[in-house]
Design a protein around this ligand. Sequence first.
Ligand code: GSH
Length: 201
Amino acid sequence: MQIIGSQPSPFVRIVRITCEELNIPYELLETGAFSSMTAEDAELINSNNPLMKVPVLRDEGKNIIDSRVIVNYLINKSGDKINADFNTSIDDEQQNLITIILGMGDAGVLRFIFDKTTDLDLNEGYLKRSLTRIEASLSYLNEQNDLGKTFGVPELMLISLLDWFKNRGICDWHMHKNLVALYDRYDKRVSIVKTRMPDNI
Ligand SMILES: N[C@@H](CCC(=O)N[C@@H](CS)C(=O)NCC(=O)O)C(=O)O
Protein backbone atom coordinates (compact mmCIF):
# COMPACT_ATOMS: atom_id res chain seq x y z
CA MET A 1 0.00 0.00 0.00
CA GLN A 2 1.36 3.42 -0.91
CA ILE A 3 0.32 6.91 0.09
CA ILE A 4 1.17 9.78 -2.22
CA GLY A 5 1.55 12.96 -0.20
CA SER A 6 3.67 15.35 1.78
CA GLN A 7 4.59 15.09 5.44
CA PRO A 8 3.16 18.48 6.44
CA SER A 9 -0.24 17.95 4.79
CA PRO A 10 -2.91 17.55 7.49
CA PHE A 11 -5.04 15.44 5.13
CA VAL A 12 -2.15 13.08 4.43
CA ARG A 13 -1.49 12.86 8.14
CA ILE A 14 -5.11 11.84 8.76
CA VAL A 15 -4.54 8.83 6.51
CA ARG A 16 -1.19 8.04 8.11
CA ILE A 17 -2.61 8.18 11.64
CA THR A 18 -5.39 5.84 10.52
CA CYS A 19 -2.87 3.35 9.09
CA GLU A 20 -0.95 3.47 12.38
CA GLU A 21 -4.10 2.83 14.41
CA LEU A 22 -5.14 -0.05 12.16
CA ASN A 23 -1.56 -1.35 12.02
CA ILE A 24 -1.63 -1.33 8.24
CA PRO A 25 1.90 -0.90 6.81
CA TYR A 26 2.34 1.68 4.08
CA GLU A 27 4.99 3.40 2.05
CA LEU A 28 4.87 7.21 1.80
CA LEU A 29 5.69 8.38 -1.72
CA GLU A 30 6.73 11.76 -0.51
CA THR A 31 5.97 14.89 -2.46
CA GLY A 32 7.10 18.32 -1.36
CA ALA A 33 4.69 20.67 0.35
CA PHE A 34 2.53 22.69 -2.07
CA SER A 35 4.83 25.72 -1.95
CA SER A 36 8.05 23.76 -2.61
CA MET A 37 6.92 21.09 -5.02
CA THR A 38 9.16 19.91 -7.88
CA ALA A 39 7.85 19.21 -11.39
CA GLU A 40 8.26 15.45 -10.67
CA ASP A 41 6.19 15.74 -7.50
CA ALA A 42 3.46 17.58 -9.37
CA GLU A 43 3.50 14.95 -12.12
CA LEU A 44 3.18 12.13 -9.57
CA ILE A 45 0.17 13.81 -7.97
CA ASN A 46 -1.53 14.99 -11.15
CA SER A 47 -1.19 11.65 -12.90
CA ASN A 48 -2.88 9.93 -9.98
CA ASN A 49 -5.55 12.46 -9.10
CA PRO A 50 -7.21 14.85 -11.59
CA LEU A 51 -8.07 17.09 -8.64
CA MET A 52 -4.28 17.52 -8.21
CA LYS A 53 -4.46 17.01 -4.45
CA VAL A 54 -2.95 14.71 -1.87
CA PRO A 55 -3.47 12.23 -0.30
CA VAL A 56 -3.89 9.49 -2.86
CA LEU A 57 -3.85 5.89 -1.68
CA ARG A 58 -2.63 3.21 -4.07
CA ASP A 59 -3.70 -0.31 -3.26
CA GLU A 60 -4.19 -3.43 -5.34
CA GLY A 61 -4.00 -1.51 -8.61
CA LYS A 62 -6.59 1.05 -7.47
CA ASN A 63 -6.25 4.71 -6.63
CA ILE A 64 -8.40 5.95 -3.77
CA ILE A 65 -8.62 9.73 -3.46
CA ASP A 66 -9.81 12.05 -0.66
CA SER A 67 -8.83 11.52 2.98
CA ARG A 68 -12.37 10.77 4.17
CA VAL A 69 -12.89 8.11 1.52
CA ILE A 70 -9.44 6.64 2.15
CA VAL A 71 -10.09 6.39 5.90
CA ASN A 72 -13.35 4.51 5.25
CA TYR A 73 -11.58 2.26 2.77
CA LEU A 74 -8.86 1.45 5.30
CA ILE A 75 -11.34 0.75 8.09
CA ASN A 76 -13.33 -1.58 5.85
CA LYS A 77 -10.15 -3.37 4.90
CA SER A 78 -8.69 -3.65 8.39
CA GLY A 79 -8.23 -6.98 10.12
CA ASP A 80 -7.71 -8.02 13.72
CA LYS A 81 -4.56 -5.93 14.22
CA ILE A 82 -6.49 -2.74 15.01
CA ASN A 83 -5.42 -0.99 18.22
CA ALA A 84 -7.92 -2.17 20.81
CA ASP A 85 -8.85 1.36 21.93
CA PHE A 86 -9.26 2.83 18.45
CA ASN A 87 -12.94 3.52 17.82
CA THR A 88 -13.76 2.77 14.17
CA SER A 89 -17.52 3.27 14.39
CA ILE A 90 -18.91 6.44 12.83
CA ASP A 91 -22.54 7.32 13.53
CA ASP A 92 -24.57 10.08 11.83
CA GLU A 93 -23.60 12.66 14.43
CA GLN A 94 -19.93 11.85 13.96
CA GLN A 95 -20.34 12.09 10.18
CA ASN A 96 -21.48 15.69 10.73
CA LEU A 97 -18.50 16.36 12.96
CA ILE A 98 -16.21 14.95 10.28
CA THR A 99 -17.82 17.21 7.67
CA ILE A 100 -17.23 20.23 9.90
CA ILE A 101 -13.65 19.25 10.75
CA LEU A 102 -12.70 18.62 7.12
CA GLY A 103 -14.56 21.72 5.92
CA MET A 104 -12.60 23.77 8.40
CA GLY A 105 -9.45 22.11 7.03
CA ASP A 106 -10.35 23.04 3.46
CA ALA A 107 -10.87 26.64 4.59
CA GLY A 108 -7.43 26.60 6.23
CA VAL A 109 -5.74 25.19 3.12
CA LEU A 110 -7.47 27.84 0.99
CA ARG A 111 -6.07 30.59 3.21
CA PHE A 112 -2.61 29.04 3.30
CA ILE A 113 -2.37 28.62 -0.46
CA PHE A 114 -3.77 32.08 -1.24
CA ASP A 115 -1.31 33.57 1.21
CA LYS A 116 1.61 31.78 -0.51
CA THR A 117 0.56 32.37 -4.10
CA THR A 118 -1.28 35.72 -4.29
CA ASP A 119 -1.16 39.25 -2.93
CA LEU A 120 -4.82 39.17 -1.95
CA ASP A 121 -5.82 40.46 1.48
CA LEU A 122 -6.81 37.46 3.62
CA ASN A 123 -9.05 39.72 5.69
CA GLU A 124 -11.32 40.72 2.82
CA GLY A 125 -14.28 39.10 1.08
CA TYR A 126 -14.38 35.34 0.68
CA LEU A 127 -10.98 34.90 2.27
CA LYS A 128 -12.24 36.66 5.37
CA ARG A 129 -15.26 34.35 5.30
CA SER A 130 -12.90 31.35 5.28
CA LEU A 131 -11.46 32.52 8.61
CA THR A 132 -14.94 33.11 10.04
CA ARG A 133 -15.81 29.56 8.91
CA ILE A 134 -12.83 28.15 10.81
CA GLU A 135 -13.63 30.17 13.94
CA ALA A 136 -17.31 29.20 13.89
CA SER A 137 -16.37 25.55 13.40
CA LEU A 138 -13.88 25.60 16.27
CA SER A 139 -16.49 27.18 18.59
CA TYR A 140 -19.05 24.55 17.57
CA LEU A 141 -16.62 21.65 18.02
CA ASN A 142 -15.58 23.00 21.41
CA GLU A 143 -19.19 22.57 22.61
CA GLN A 144 -19.57 18.93 21.51
CA ASN A 145 -19.48 16.91 24.72
CA ASP A 146 -18.97 13.53 23.08
CA LEU A 147 -15.98 14.62 21.06
CA GLY A 148 -12.81 13.20 22.61
CA LYS A 149 -14.50 10.67 24.86
CA THR A 150 -12.87 7.93 22.78
CA PHE A 151 -10.13 8.08 20.18
CA GLY A 152 -11.74 7.62 16.78
CA VAL A 153 -11.92 9.17 13.33
CA PRO A 154 -13.27 12.64 14.28
CA GLU A 155 -10.63 12.93 17.01
CA LEU A 156 -7.67 12.02 14.83
CA MET A 157 -8.87 14.38 12.09
CA LEU A 158 -9.32 17.22 14.56
CA ILE A 159 -5.89 16.73 16.13
CA SER A 160 -4.23 16.69 12.72
CA LEU A 161 -5.89 19.98 11.80
CA LEU A 162 -5.30 21.68 15.15
CA ASP A 163 -1.60 20.86 14.85
CA TRP A 164 -1.45 22.16 11.31
CA PHE A 165 -3.33 25.37 12.21
CA LYS A 166 -0.77 25.94 14.94
CA ASN A 167 2.31 25.14 12.83
CA ARG A 168 1.19 27.20 9.87
CA GLY A 169 -0.20 30.09 11.93
CA ILE A 170 -3.65 29.71 10.38
CA CYS A 171 -5.49 30.61 13.58
CA ASP A 172 -5.12 30.49 17.33
CA TRP A 173 -7.44 27.92 18.95
CA HIS A 174 -6.13 28.03 22.51
CA MET A 175 -9.18 29.86 23.86
CA HIS A 176 -11.22 26.69 23.16
CA LYS A 177 -10.54 24.85 26.39
CA ASN A 178 -12.23 21.56 25.48
CA LEU A 179 -10.27 21.35 22.25
CA VAL A 180 -7.04 22.03 24.13
CA ALA A 181 -7.94 19.28 26.62
CA LEU A 182 -8.68 16.84 23.77
CA TYR A 183 -5.42 17.73 22.02
CA ASP A 184 -3.42 17.26 25.23
CA ARG A 185 -5.18 14.00 26.11
CA TYR A 186 -3.88 12.28 22.97
CA ASP A 187 -0.63 14.16 22.53
CA LYS A 188 1.55 11.18 23.49
CA ARG A 189 -0.43 8.57 21.57
CA VAL A 190 1.93 6.55 19.36
CA SER A 191 0.08 7.26 16.09
CA ILE A 192 0.13 10.99 16.83
CA VAL A 193 3.80 11.08 17.81
CA LYS A 194 4.90 8.95 14.83
CA THR A 195 3.17 11.18 12.28
CA ARG A 196 3.97 14.57 13.79
CA MET A 197 4.89 17.27 11.28
CA PRO A 198 8.68 17.86 11.34
CA ASP A 199 9.66 21.27 12.78
CA ASN A 200 11.80 22.36 9.85
CA ILE A 201 9.23 22.08 7.02
N1 GSH B 1 -10.74 16.90 0.33
C1 GSH B 1 -9.35 16.55 0.19
C2 GSH B 1 -8.48 17.76 0.44
C3 GSH B 1 -7.01 17.48 0.17
C4 GSH B 1 -6.18 18.74 0.07
O1 GSH B 1 -6.68 19.87 0.05
N2 GSH B 1 -4.89 18.55 0.03
C5 GSH B 1 -3.97 19.66 -0.13
C6 GSH B 1 -2.71 19.43 0.67
S1 GSH B 1 -2.99 19.66 2.39
C7 GSH B 1 -3.56 19.76 -1.58
O2 GSH B 1 -3.14 18.78 -2.16
N3 GSH B 1 -3.68 20.96 -2.16
C8 GSH B 1 -3.26 21.23 -3.51
C9 GSH B 1 -4.20 22.14 -4.23
O3 GSH B 1 -5.16 22.64 -3.61
O4 GSH B 1 -3.97 22.35 -5.41
C10 GSH B 1 -9.01 15.42 1.16
O5 GSH B 1 -9.63 15.33 2.22
O6 GSH B 1 -8.15 14.59 0.83
